[in-house]
Every structure is written in structure tokens, then in C-alpha cells.
Design a protein. Structure first.
Length: 152
């Protein structure tokens, strides 16, 4: 049974039904490929207790970050779910998108740069910590060996 990480309560609102509807919409979007990488959503549902090894947890999230680092700045299909005036609304939305594309492209490009820098910093920090742990493990083993030799 899946355990929810938090509980929603509001007077007059069937929170269980609301959560079920949200989960159904997310699942449908994942099935149709609306999300580039469903591993991110799956990772967010996982609890730290699930991972027996901290390194597995860290590796998994770093892999997810590597896969999702780039914001997709390509054009996307503009659709209208409301049938009334749908042709007009789609043309209007496309016109607005064409006017705003330059600005959003610049922001997305900058965001991609920031994401890349942050991932590099996290990977560098992870590498430094792993190297430090490795050296400390070696030192502990050497000290334990010396202590064992002295106690013989």
C-alpha cells in the first residue's frame, strides 16, 4: 500500500477524491509521454528509508539530474481542449507564443546554463566527499592493522 507523504484536509472538500484525480491525471500524462522523464516523479515519491545505501540514493538522484538538466526550448504543439472557438484560440495562442519566444528562449538558455553549473558543483562536491571518505577508510584500515599488530 502506498503511503502518502502528507495529509490534506479541508472543510467541504473530499481530499481523497482530489488526490486520486490528481494521481490519475499525472499517470495519464506519464503514459502519453507528457513528462520527459517519469523517473523524477518516481524519485520524488520514494522515501529516504527506501534506499538502504546512501550512495545508491545519491547516484539515483544525480542520474535523474543529469537526464533532466536541460529545459526543452523547442517549440511545442499548441492545443485547445475547449471546442468553442478552438481555431481562433489556437491562432491567438500561437501569435502570443511567437511574440514571447525570444524572451523565453533567453530565459531558458540562461536556466540551462545555471542548471549545468549547479549539476557540476554538486558532482564536484560529491566526488570530493567520496575521495575524502575513501582516504579516511584507508586510514582507518591502516590504523586498525597497526593496532592489531601491536596487540599480538
Amino acid at each position: 500500500m502506498e503511503r502518502d507523504p502528507f495529509e490534506i484536509k479541508a472543510d467541504g472538500v473530499d481530499s481523497a477524491q482530489l488526490v486520486a484525480e490528481i494521481k490519475a491525471v499525472v499517470q495519464a500524462k506519464m503514459t502519453t509521454g507528457a513528462y520527459d522523464d517519469p523517473r523524477i516523479a518516481r524519485a520524488e515519491r520514494l522515501n529516504l528509508d527506501t534506499f538502504k545505501d546512501d550512495q545508491l540514493f545519491s547516484d539515483f538522484y544525480l542520474d535523474c539530474l543529469r537526464d533532466a538538466i536541460e529545459v526543452d526550448i523547442n517549440d511545442f504543439e499548441i492545443v485547445e481542449r475547449r471546442p468553442r472557438f478552438s481555431g481562433l484560440l489556437v491562432r491567438l495562442k500561437k501569435t502570443i507564443w511567437n511574440l514571447l519566444r525570444f524572451y523565453t528562449y533567453r530565459m531558458w538558455t540562461q536556466q540551462n546554463q545555471v542548471n549545468g553549473f549547479l549539476l557540476s558543483a554538486i558532482e564536484s562536491s560529491e566526488h570530493r566527499h567520496l575521495e575524502k571518505l575513501k582516504k579516511l577508510d584507508q586510514r582507518v584500515r591502516e590504523l586498525e592493522r597497526r593496532l592489531a599488530d601491536e596487540n599480538k
